[in-house]
Design a protein around this ligand. Structure first.
Ligand code: ADP
Length: 467
């Protein structure tokens, strides 16, 4: 395909050249010939009329003889490159520019045959072995026609003039054709070579070499295409890297609970763990399976969000959802001696969102706040309106997030070093899910946190408009 594009262009170029020369040799040639014929015929006709009026005087007896006229014809003839005859009414040539060589009767001479036209083409009743352009003018006087002046110019004369013009056109066209090679060169430089580089790059990408860079310095559409492809390969590369780490993380997160489950169960079976201790270790096995379950659930949730699972939005009171979600943590709060401080700007604050998914957002944020809070502290939750939105904040006074981890906490499977020891059950998926849900609503979530002081997560939701 790559080669053929270039050859197609060259073929088109050659065909263009051939058609151009064909056009000159047919159409232009005919146009030039017709033009020259008309011009010569007009010229000769004027001359014939001039001579006819001179001869009219002879016939009227005003000048001495036809011989004088014949001599005059001999003088004019070379400059016209033609032969000139004086013909009687009955068709006898009485004087000619060939020193009288043509004198005699013209068989079948019919003056009316040319009469209506200015000129005629042919061998003139067999008088010439070649074609001539013949022009006639009547010699008149005293209301009679005495005879005719006939001027014959060989067609080859006109053809020679035409060929001269055509040669000029041929040479000019040939030069133009060569100059138009510049277009071919520009095409090669700006389209063909860049396209070759681009398709080479695409081949590399197709064979899996996403590191390959298409190097094109041009700033035109080709350069833009190359840049776009480079960008695409970068993104694909990133995605490939991301998937590799994703799989590595999943494998790691699944392997550790499975290894402990296996260890506990083997120890129970081979008696390392005595029967009276079994309950304790089986409870740990259950905790690990719960963690596995949580991991699977989280991944499934992310998957549905990834595939742009449609939100089923309704109008609901966000205050109620916050209260209910906070209430579901009552037992664990009591264990850690934590309390909630809920502040609502209004009794009822209606939002337009997917209630189930927002419940999950609140659940994940409150769950984190509880996990990373110190005992005997308070978790502050606020909901307040601003313009068309309701802003919800979940704030704790726990361990906080180190500055360099702040951007990473939204990544899948990311856990800060601080939390690894404190929260062994965490999957690192909670905040990814939260972010995906908020973004699916077209809203934003942000975090403000200081290590050792606490963290605050704030997100917005659209207020109900049709109330
Ligand atoms: P996990 O299931 O591990 O909590 P998340 O995605 O919810 O996963 O959180 C990612 C990491 O962000 C946590 O492991 C923790 O390091 C940090 N983090 C999240 N919320 C808080 C918080 N309120 N206080 C301190 N660190 C937090």
């Amino acid at each position: 395909m790559k080669r053929s594009l270039y050859y197609k262009f060259i073929l088109g170029y050659v065909v263009f050249g051939l058609l151009g020369f064909l056009l000159i040799s047919t159409f232009s040639s005919k146009m030039a010939f017709d033009y020259l014929l008309q011009e010569k015929a007009g010229l000769l006709y004027d001359e014939a009329n001039q001579l006819a009026s001179d001869c009219s005087a002879v016939y009227n007896g005003e000048t001495t003889s036809l011989e004088t006229v014949a001599q005059q014809l001999c003088v004019i003839s070379p400059s016209l490159q033609s032969e000139i005859w004086v013909v009687n009414r009955n068709g006898t040539i009485v004087a000619d520019s060939n020193d009288g060589a043509r004198r005699g009767l013209l068989v079948d001479f019919d003056p009316t045959a040319i009469g209506n036209q200015n000129y005629g083409i042919g061998n003139f009743y067999g008088a010439f072995p070649y074609d001539v352009l013949s022009v006639s003018a009547p010699i008149t006087g005293n209301y009679t026609t005495y005879g005719y002046i006939l001027i014959h110019m060989p067609i080859s004369q006109i053809q020679a003039s035409r060929d001269w013009i055509l040669n000029v056109v041929y040479i000019t066209s040939a030069i133009l054709f060569l100059l138009s090679l510049i277009i071919l060169l520009i095409f090669t430089q700006t389209v063909f070579f860049p396209l070759k580089k681009i398709s080479r790059g695409v081949d590399e990408y197709a064979s899996g070499n996403l590191e390959y860079r298409i190097k094109l310095a041009s700033h035109d559409e080709m350069g833009y295409l190359a840049e776009t492809l480079n960008y695409m390969s970068d993104k694909l590369n990133e995605m490939e890297e991301y998937q590799k780490t994703f799989i590595a993380n999943i494998s790691h997160d699944f392997r550790s609970p499975l290894t402990s489950i296996k260890g506990y169960l083997e120890a129970i079976i081979d008696g390392t763990i005595p029967p009276e201790m079994q309950e304790k270790y089986l409870t740990r096995v259950i905790t690990e399976t719960e963690r596995l379950n949580k991991l699977t659930q989280g991944m499934l949730t992310l998957n549905t969000l990834d595939s742009k699972g449609l939100l089923s939005r309704t109008n609901f009171d966000i205050n109620r959802v916050i209260k209910d979600t906070a209430a579901s943590f009552e037992v664990i709060c009591n264990q850690k001696n934590l309390s909630f401080d809920l502040t609502f700007a209004d009794n009822i604050q209606m939002v337009y969102a997917d209630m189930g998914k927002i419940q999950q957002v609140l659940y994940n944020l409150i769950d984190n706040a509880i996990k990373f809070s110190h005992s005997n502290s308070t978790i502050y939750i606020q909901a307040s309106p601003k313009y068309e939105k309701i802003f919800i904040s979940v704030k704790d006074t726990g361990i906080g997030i180190p500055k360099n981890s702040l951007k990473k906490i939204w990544e899948r499977f990311y856990k800060t070093d601080l939390s690894r020891g404190k929260d062994k059950k965490g999957t690192g998926l909670g905040l990814s899910i939260v972010k995906e849900i908020i973004q699916a609503h077209g809203e934003n979530i942000d975090v403000v946190s200081t290590e050792g002081v606490g963290s605050e997560f704030i997100f917005s939701l659209p207020r109900s408009t049709n109330l």
